[in-house]
Design a protein around this ligand. Structure first.
Ligand SMILES: C[S@@+](CC[C@H](N)C(=O)[O-])C[C@H]1O[C@@H](n2cnc3c(N)ncnc32)[C@H](O)[C@@H]1O
Ligand SMILES: *[C@@H]1O[C@H](CO)[C@@H](O)[C@H](O)[C@H]1NC(C)=O
Ligand SMILES: *[C@@H]1O[C@H](CO)[C@@H](O)[C@H](O)[C@H]1NC(C)=O
Ligand SMILES: *[C@@H]1O[C@H](CO)[C@@H](O)[C@H](O)[C@H]1NC(C)=O
Ligand SMILES: *[C@@H]1O[C@H](CO)[C@@H](O)[C@H](O)[C@H]1NC(C)=O
Length: 669
């Protein structure tokens, strides 16, 4: 068996035939194991948390570290997509006597070993290719070495995949049979070479392997805010991602493979893969592994990666790999209005406010209260006010003052969380003293907990609380949200502020389905609910009017046409019978949401693009606050927002910005 090892090793390194075994293994191993910023560490972390099973990856790292749930999920979905294609290929070719996997840029992948250990390989021969230097490093790992020697179906080959002729000679020499059914795998590899080269690889694979299926996983959507952060990350690492400039989405990637000689091609982004190719049981298993609250970041990560399979006229049909009948999250084209566009304006002289998940309220004209949220230094407990002054805006931190003044003149806070395991059901009230007109820096706020009677809602977050007036009383209406146990809620509660009592109210009509991260705006004596993230973490696009009646309230469903693209984590306001929905996260359309304008009388709906060219940084409109400063909509202020961009770093919007909505409000859509 050792003979076989030497044979392979010398054959496989055409440029450095005999150096691989004799090199000082411990030093190289250090380098292998020093890749703690690489995907291997994250895959090891995900495996350790139970996302998938892999006993071999851990041999490539010094110690198993625990990554954030978002990272674990991100690597899980990548691992699962590749695994799905492999298993489907094995199934489709089970009657073939000779089958092969050719993994391009395999790096420190454990594919062969884990498949072998699972007993899934069934005689499939694996060829892993990487640069000669990388292949040599892999060979120097003792754990690897031990397993390697025992295997008869494993080949590690050091060659530059851009060099077609060298590839052909080396792989032939290693025993690859060009006409046997072969799965060619490229997991984040081709994107690191210039597009002419990745195109060439896709081309030679189609030409040299007539019975093959190509499986590729890499990035897309480089130009939206998340995509810009993603690109910058790779630029900083000196590993520019290339092909996505020319092939920015699933459609162009598909066309690319057809142009390079493949006959059929299916390309899904990872949201589509997750929702449409994983069984509900598996999604529930994965979603239950760790406390998780990064929905926006997770969906955005998934919309920036794809899994593609392309086939020749072969034993393996692409549709076999992705046996997808009807998508449950079909791709949509937003109904963009030709004009006008809404123009984002930097806020004159505005302070820097970098935080996500704050709550806001307008306390008085030009005075916005911001509470809670999470900034660069963690959760923020102090409240802030943004104050509009003659020469611009300023931000003041506020101190708690003595308890005085009229309850209703400030703001009421309900719920929220510290960790996702620790939500609250407390009701806080903020009273406000505008102080001296000349110097608004003297704004005084007092905070206190409100002790309420009656049965209140259970602790929650990502709900809405909205003030409505009914029969001369003021109610805080709480709807939806989630708890540490309930992924979505549909219960509604009324807190009478004058009585400090959670009041039973008669509500008839069809209750909106359970959701969180939706919007609720006062409207017509009641309120209107829009969108959110529903059961199974699917975004919603429905609207409901909670209409006051003589005996309570009645839910009425609003029919919207054309249906807007489902979204969540947006903000909304009603201005003159129009529901104006700003930002949010969607999965089913390219780009990011701008402003949806819904005519509440007719249900007609139009999407307006936001012109963000005046903002030099990527503007991420989710987990943000949004307040209107006047009833005409001439000044809407957007504050905070952003989030973790997977492993590319955290991006928080730098400054508040404003939008003048009047161009879309005077249009009779
Ligand atoms: C980001 S890693 C991915 C490794 C592995 N496919 C995975 O998913 O874990 C990219 C790998 O491609 C290899 N690679 C890049 N360009 C290559 C080329 N022209 N020829 C061979 N390997 C290449 C790199 O050495 C590196 O190991
Ligand atoms: C390998 O390198 C280590 C540390 O650099 C050194 O201690 C060791 O003696 C070297 N081994 C051989 C066989 O050269
Ligand atoms: C690896 O992790 C250590 C400790 O966390 C850190 O000091 C080092 O810079 C990291 N190396 C790389 C290459 O990221
Ligand atoms: C990227 O390359 C530049 C220029 O060659 C160099 O100065 C810089 O240190 C490199 N950055 C990293 C992270 O390797
Ligand atoms: C709603 O649409 C109707 C019919 O097109 C139109 O007459 C009305 O002005 C619109 N409402 C608003 C607030 O624009």
């Amino acid at each position: 068996m050792c003979t076989r090892f030497r044979f392979c090793a010398s054959l496989l390194f055409p440029q450095a035939a005999s150096t691989c075994v004799r090199n000082n293994a411990s030093k190289q191993q250090e380098r292998v194991q020093g890749t703690n910023d690489s995907s291997v560490v994250s895959k090891v972390s995900a495996a350790a948390q139970g996302y998938f099973h892999d006993d071999f990856l851990k041999h490539f790292v010094c110690k198993v570290s625990r990554r954030a749930p978002l990272i674990n999920r991100g690597y899980y979905v990548r691992w699962k997509a590749v695994d799905h294609c492999l298993k489907q290929f094995f199934h489709a070719t089970q009657s073939c006597s000779r089958r092969q996997i050719l993994s391009l840029g395999a790096g420190f992948d454990s594919l062969y070993f884990r498949l072998h250990a699972e007993g899934a390989l069934g005689g499939v021969t694996v060829f892993e290719v990487d640069f000669p230097e990388v292949a040599r490093l892999i060979l120097s790992n003792p754990a690897f070495y031990a397993v390697f020697i025992r295997s008869g179906h494993y080949n590690l080959i050091g060659v530059d995949v851009r060099k077609e002729q060298e590839v052909e000679v080396t792989l032939s020499g290693a025993g690859l049979q060009w006409d046997a059914p072969t799965l060619v795998l490229s997991e984040v590899v081709l994107t690191y070479m210039e597009t002419q080269w990745s195109d060439a690889v896709i081309g030679w694979a189609a030409k040299l392997l007539p019975q093959s299926v190509f499986v590729m996983y890499e990035q897309i959507h480089p130009d939206d805010p998340f995509g810009r952060v993603m690109q910058n990350h790779f630029l900083k690492l000196n590993s520019t991602i290339h092909a996505l400039k020319q092939y920015p989405d699933t459609v162009t990637q598909t066309q690319r493979f057809i142009q390079k000689g493949w006959e059929k091609c299916v390309c899904l982004d990872m949201n589509q893969f997750y929702f449409d190719l994983l069984l509900e049981d598996e999604r529930q298993r994965v979603e239950g592994l760790e406390p998780f609250d990064e929905f926006e970041e997770w969906n955005q990560k998934c919309s920036h990666y794809f899994i593609l399979t392309a086939s020749k006229d072969s034993v393996v049909e692409v549709h076999v790999l992705f046996s997808l009948l009807v998508s449950s999250i079909p791709h949509m084209t937003p109904q963009w209005a030709e004009r006008p566009t809404l123009v984002i304006q930097p806020m004159c002289g505005s302070p820097s406010i970098e935080a996500v998940g704050m709550a806001s309220a307008v306390l008085a004209p030009g005075i916005i209260l911001l509470t809670g949220g999470c900034g660069r230094s963690g959760r923020d407990t102090t409240a802030r006010v943004l104050i509009k002054e003659k020469d611009g805006w300023k931000c003041a931190c506020v101190e708690a003052h003595g308890d005085k003044g009229d309850l209703i003149s400030g703001a009421v806070l309900f719920g929220g969380r510290t960790s996702p395991l620790n939500p609250t059901d407390s009701v806080g009230c903020v009273t406000f003293d505008p102080g001296n007109e000349q110097s608004q820096s003297a704004v005084k706020l007092s905070f206190r907990n409100m002790v309420c009677t009656g049965t209140g809602p259970k602790p929650r977050w990502r709900h809405t609380s909205t003030l409505i007036c009914y029969k001369d009383k003021t109610f805080l209406f709480v709807f939806g949200g989630r708890t540490e146990k309930d992924p979505v809620l549909a219960d509604a509660h009324f807190l009478c502020l004058e009585d400090k009592h959670w009041t039973e109210m008669t509500v008839v009509g069809a209750v909106p389905e359970a959701r969180h991260s939706h919007s609720a705006c006062p409207y017509g004596g009641g309120l209107v609910i829009f969108g959110g993230l529903g059961k199974g973490s699917r975004p919603l696009c429905d609207a409901f009017y909670l209409r006051p009646t003589s005996s309570g309230f009645c839910w009425e469903t609003k029919n919207l046409h054309p249906p807007p693209v489902p979204r969540y984590s947006h903000s909304a306001h009603v201005i003159n019978e129009k529901l104006v929905v700003v930002g949010g996260v969607w999965l089913q359309a390219d780009g990011v949401p701008g402003v949806a304008v819904i005519n509440l009388s007719t249900g007609s709906c139009v999407e307006i693009q936001l012109d963000t060219s005046s903002v030099p940084w990527p503007l991420m409109l989710h987990s943000f606050c949004c307040e209107l400063l006047d009833s005409e909509g001439s000044e809407m202020v957007l504050i905070g927002g952003g989030g973790n961009c997977f492993s590319f770093g955290t991006h928080l919007n730098l400054h508040p910005i404003t939008v003048d909505l009047r161009p879309v409000l005077c249009n009779s859509y």
